[in-house]
Design a protein around this ligand. Structure first.
Ligand code: ZN
Length: 137
């Protein structure tokens, strides 16, 4: 029995530069040109100062587990061979209130602890797509 194709990210005007960087194994954050606030996910307007001007800066690639979920059920058949898997919500070391998410890599979901230090790693799906994952450090 073959699995159905996995869903792919739906790139838009705001997120395309981020996904292109991830494909190059670079982790970026959007930074507001008006007030310097770092933000993720990418979006058109700053939530702090409402500026529409923003650029991209390299992220440190490290953080701590703020929250997580572990899927034991097969909610999508395309991921049936992955369960159980964990998705982490990571508080980045780049600044207060900057979070990123991604699957856990390199360890069993049962090993996750609150505030666990993690680092970003890149998982190549194919030649057009890579994903950010997080592993313990
Ligand atoms: Zn701003």
């Amino acid at each position: 029995m073959s699995l159905p194709d996995r869903p792919r990210p739906d790139l838009d005007r705001d997120s395309t530069p981020w996904w292109e960087a991830v494909r190059r194994h670079e982790l970026l954050l959007q930074r507001c040109d008006g007030c310097g606030t770092l933000r993720f996910p990418p979006r058109a307007v700053c939530g702090r100062c409402r500026s529409r001007e923003a650029g991209w800066v390299p992220a440190l690639g490290t953080g701590r587990v703020a929250s997580w979920t572990v899927s034991h059920q097969v909610f999508m058949r395309a991921f049936a061979d992955e369960v159980p898997y964990a998705v982490l919500h990571v508080r980045l070391d780049d600044g207060d209130g900057v979070f990123m998410y991604g699957n856990l890599a390199g360890t069993n979901p049962a090993e996750i602890e609150p505030d666990m230090p993690v680092e970003a790693v890149f998982a190549d799906v194919d030649h057009e797509l890579a994903l950010v994952q997080w592993r313990p450090r």
